[in-house]
Design a protein around this ligand. Sequence first.
Ligand SMILES: Cc1ncc(COP(=O)(O)O)c(C=O)c1O
Length: 392
Amino acid sequence: MHDPSHTNPEPDFAALRERAFNLRWATVAPDVIPLTAACPDLPVARAVTDAIAHYIAKPHLCYGPACGLPAFREAVAQHFAREKSAAVDAARVIATNSAASAIALVARHLLRAGDEVVVQDPVDFLVAESARRAGATLRFWKPDANGRFTLDGLRAAVTPNTRALSVCHPHNPLGTLWSAEEVAEIAGFARERGIALISDEVWSDVLLDGARLASFAGVSPAAWVVYGLSKGYALAGLRIGAVIAPDARAAEEFAAAQGFDHTIEGAATVSQIAATAALDHCGAWRANFLAHCTAQRDRAIAHLRTLDGVRIERAPQATFVLFADISRTGIAEDVLAARIEQHARVRVVPGSPRWFGAGAAGHVRLSLATTRGVLDEALARIERAWPAVTAR
Ligand SMILES: Cc1ncc(COP(=O)(O)O)c(C=O)c1O
C-alpha cells in the first residue's frame, strides 16, 4: 500500500510563500511561521498532479455536467461507502465549488429568514456564518465538561421553533468525533422533532489513531452532508467539494433551485478530475499523511503541556488542529496570539468569536499540517518566548 515515491516529499516553501494565502505563508512577514488556516503545507499526491496533467494535455476545457462529472460523483459515493459507513448513491452527490460554498448553498436551500438553527459553540465560523447568511437565528449547543457535544446539550439548545441543526463532524476546532451510536442518536432526535440536519464532514478524511467515522449520510434519510478535499488531500486551492443530498430527487431540486442548472453554480472540471484521482488512487498518500498528523499532534501536545497556563486535556481524535486552553495565563486569546507572533514569530488563530464563536474564548488554535522540522521550530520558538509572551 505504501509507495514512498508518491508520499510526502518536502514542501517547496518558496512556492508556499507565493501561493499560500488565507492567513498562511503568503500573508505573513518572512520570519513568521503560520500555524493558522487549516491547509496542509505538504505537496499533493503524484496521482493528483498526473491526473491534472493528463486532463489538460487535451486542450479542451469545456463546460462539464451541471451536477458534476459522473466519475467524480461516483468516486465520492464510493468513498463514503468504503470509509464512512454510508451507502450513498452517486445521484445524491452534487459537485460544488468547495465545502464552504456547499454549506452556504445548503443553508440557503433549507432555511428562510427568521428560522431558528442550532449550531455548536465553539465551531468553525463557516458553520454559523452559512446559517446567518441564510437569515437564520442561531441557538448554541454547548459542549459538556469533557468537551463533548452530547444529546443532553442538544436537548437544552433546541426549542419548539428549531428548524435545523447544523453540525461539524468531525469537529473543528475541538477534534472530537461522534461514535456511530451517537450519530444515530442525534439523527434520531432530529427526526423525532422534525428538525432538518446539515452535517459538515469536510474533516472526515482526517481521522487519527485509526478511528472510523460514521457519516450522517448513512444514518439519517433526511441529512444533508457537506464534503470537501481541502483537508484530507490538501486540495484547498482547487475549491472542490460536494453536497450529498438526502436522495436523488432532493439533489435534483437543490441543483435547480441553487442555479447549478443555469451554470451559476458548479465545480471546475479540472478540480473534479484531481479530486477523483485523489479519492480513487491516493489511499497510500493519505495513510502516510494521517500517520504524520498523528505524530505532529503528539509532539505539539507534549511541548505545549509544559508551558505555564496551557492546558490540553484531550488529544484530538480527528483533524490536524489543536485547540489549546490558555485561560490560565490570564491573558485574552487575541492579546496572547498577538504576543506569540510578536515574541515567538509564530502566528496562531485566537479563539475569538470571529473564527469560532463565543465558546472559543480562552483558547488558541494551531494547525499542525506542516513538516516536523517547521513544527519543531515553531514549538521551540514559543517555548523560548513564553516568559515574554505571558509577562504581566
Ligand atoms: C468545518 C469546516 N467547514 C468548511 C471548511 C471549508 O473547506 P473548503 O476550503 O474545502 O471549502 C473548513 C475549512 O477550514 C472547515 O474547517
